[in-house]
Ligand binder design. Sequence first.
Ligand code: PNS
Length: 165
Amino acid sequence: MKAIYPGSFDPITLGHLDIIERAAKIFSEVYIVVMENKRKKYTFSLDERIEMIKESTKHIKNIKIDCFKGLLIDYVKKNNIDVVIRGLRAVTDFEYELQMAMANKEMCPNVDTIFLMTDKKFSFLSSSLVKEVAYFGGDISSWVPKNVEKKLITLFNENKGGVDI
Ligand code: PNS
């Protein structure tokens, strides 16, 4: 069965990576797709986000990394994907996730969303939190892959003040 794990990944965190590794054990192929979320302003470009994912997931064989601007469900149909994967952290994620899962199901009834509970050591983690801590010089080494840590440190050293987080 083919699954898709869509998201903004701005940038990928160890919480995302944990979901990707677990999904790759369950499904024969997992598409990691960097999508456009109209509600968000991004810190990293699409190419940078993809590059960080590629670098962090080299050890996982049955994944495909891609990007898409448009409706998730259109990508799903075009690529004959069976299942949408999303990670769930705290109850606060639930309402937004339920709304997306229901809208997607309404538009494409034969595709289900499956939620993987985030590992408890990452349950507080988000890309925004990582960026804020990195911005102020905090230690993010246990929250993101090494390549992402380097990229964030470089970004904030070079552009302090001029970057959207
Ligand atoms: O990591 P995020 O920002 O929570 O991911 C949200 C994302 C990108 C998966 C969602 O906004 C999305 O699917 N966007 C694509 C456009 C779309 O299909 N919107 C309708 C979903 S109900």
